[in-house]
Design a protein around this ligand. Structure first.
Ligand SMILES: [Zn+2]
Length: 250
């Protein structure tokens, strides 16, 4: 299948999505041309779901960066918290940058079904993101209790609480999994920005790329709809929003 045919399927849900490979190419160009840095001066951290599909579909060219430091747990929530943020902040080259890519993921099959993908060697499709779908099923069945976060299933319970806090919005939505994914994105974006505010960096820039990561069938690859593309200049503390140029289709 050609790239434009794959994108046409993904665009039925996420009209601004590009292939994740193209997003990495754009970010590397931005780092080189706009920030005048080499990728090896950039420490990549990602906050994406620990689902194995995200390792299988991880773009090879990200190896030009240092890292990745893995912040994510279930559905990309930054479970490594302040300690994780502080750890890779102290590993970055002095004149370099920290680049944080974060967001929830969701599957879209070749026939456009949201919340599923076809994985290598399996005869049937499976859920993606399984954690988001599991939490949504519990929300629908009234099985989530306010404040219930257990040690045994801490990450899952946290995702459940995020959806529980927006219960009406999710349950009344025309496509509850789509809206649940939006709600989880908003929670991750908020938390990442809180963590960044509370962290000391010794480098020049912090690059924040927030996105919905769309996985598809094993022969389709993955896609990215960028929601935030901010660069914080740590010398001036100014934040520059670059989202418009990122979403220019090329
Ligand atoms: Zn997942």
């Amino acid at each position: 299948m050609k790239k434009r045919e794959k994108l046409a399927i993904i665009h039925s849900w996420y009209p601004n999505a590009i292939t994740t490979i193209d997003s990495v190419n754009k970010i590397i160009d931005f780092v080189e041309y706009d920030l005048d840095l080499e990728p090896k001066q950039v420490m990549l951290a990602d906050s994406v779901c620990s689902d194995d599909v995200n390792s299988i579909q991880y773009p090879a060219r990200t190896q030009e960066f240092l890292g990745p430091f893995k912040m994510g747990g279930l559905d990309g929530f930054p479970f490594t918290g302040l300690t994780g943020m502080g750890a890779f902040a102290s590993h970055v080259p002095d004149n370099g940058a920290v680049f944080i890519y974060y967001g929830p993921h969701v599957g879209i099959t070749k026939d456009g079904t949201l919340g599923e993908i076809h994985r290598f060697g399996q005869s049937k499709n499976s859920g993606c993101c399984g954690a988001a779908k599991g939490a949504l099923a519990k929300l629908v069945n009234n099985q989530i209790k306010a404040g219930n976060v257990s040690e045994l299933d801490y990450q899952m319970n946290t995702i459940e609480q995020i959806l529980f806090n927006e219960k009406e919005r999710v349950l009344n939505a025309p496509a509850p999994l789509f809206t649940a994914t939006e709600v989880i994105y908003e929670a991750i974006d908020k938390r990442i920005n809180e963590l960044v505010d509370k962290t000391n960096y010794t480098c020049k820039y912090v690059i924040l790329v927030g996105a919905i990561l769309v996985n598809s069938d094993s022969d389709m690859g993955s896609f990215t709809e960028i929601r935030r593309f901010d660069v914080i200049d740590l010398t001036t503390k100014k934040r520059q929003n670059n989202i418009e140029r990122f979403n220019q289709h090329s």
